[in-house]
Write a protein that binds this ligand. Structure first.
Ligand SMILES: Nc1ccn([C@@H]2O[C@H](COP(=O)(O)OP(=O)(O)OP(=O)(O)O)[C@@H](O)[C@H]2O)c(=O)n1
Ligand SMILES: C[C@](O)(CO)[C@H](O)COP(=O)(O)O
Length: 233
């Protein structure tokens, strides 16, 4: 894709499930911090126009990050939910990005995005009318539990995918979709869900299952192994 694109990186979460003293986006990982790895593919891409990193209001760590001064990075203040933070990032772009410019939204907690997956997303969606997201097909058998932690049913996994990020939509459409979801009290957990609520069908683009989200303590050593093995090749 030859068109340039904008990036919003929601980094305003409180990382409750990680249970660390430091918000997970600032935890050390393979010689850097999680957020530096998550931003790296976009800072390295020739067609990134600018990146808005959306921070928690009380965040005091971002200014200490080496790349905080990068000319391509601006910051905004996030909100109570991820969707509020993404909206804040889009609003920070609205005077600079044209309505039909592509915006990629990528979790600060996903440090293992590969350059190949980023380019595949950009190339597969460059002429798409709706936009879409990186996703990984479900390969395990899925069980739904009852309140007692026992199997209630096996959930058919055909055509089931795990949503990843980046998720890529045109700025005005995404902003309208998220504003509409917010107005309806629809607590969307990713950008695609807000687009779906408009009756549109985002395209699924196969992504690497190594594109892990740092959520629980065991995710950090897994990400470390992925990044170190990738740098060794
Ligand atoms: N109000 C929020 C909540 C989440 N995020 C960001 O959205 C991404 C994915 O969210 P998640 O993994 O759930 O992060 P947390 O909300 O911090 O984790 P937890 O649910 O365990 O508290 C993270 O980069 C997080 O910083 C955000 O910008 N604003
Ligand atoms: C956006 C996302 O990473 C796609 O899987 C996921 O929905 C984020 O969920 P979280 O609970 O905010 O981590």
């Amino acid at each position: 894709m030859d068109k340039r694109f904008w990036v919003v990186v929601p980094a305003a979460g409180s990382a409750r499930r990680m249970g660390a003293a430091v918000p997970k986006q600032y935890l050390p990982l393979a010689g850097r911090t999680v957020i530096e790895w998550s931003l790296a593919p976009f800072l390295a891409h020739a067609r990134t126009v600018a990146i808005v990193v959306v921070l928690a209001e009380q965040d005091q760590r971002w200014p200490q990050i080496a790349i905080a001064g990068d000319a391509k990075i601006a910051t905004a203040i996030g909100g109570a939910e991820r969707m509020d933070s993404v909206l804040a990032g889009l609003r920070a772009l609205q005077d600079r990005a044209a309505p039909d410019d592509w915006v990629l939204v990528h979790d600060a907690a996903r440090p293992c995005l590969s350059a190949g997956d980023l380019d595949r997303l950009l190339n597969e969606l460059s002429n798409d009318d709706v936009g879409g997201l990186l996703a990984a097909p479900v390969v395990d058998t899925l069980k739904r539990a009852d309140d007692g932690g026992r199997v209630l049913q096996t959930v058919p996994r055909e055509k089931l995918w795990r949503a990843l990020t980046p998720q890529m939509f045109r700025r005005d459409l995404l902003q309208r979709a998220l504003q509409s979801a917010q107005a309806k009290g629809l607590a969307v957990t990713d950008e695609a869900q807000a687009i779906e609520a408009l009756g549109l069908q985002p395209k699924l683009v196969a992504g690497d299952s190594d594109n892990v989200k740092i959520t629980l303590p065991e995710d950090l050593p897994r990400a470390e192994r992925i990044l170190i093995s990738r740098s060794a090749t």
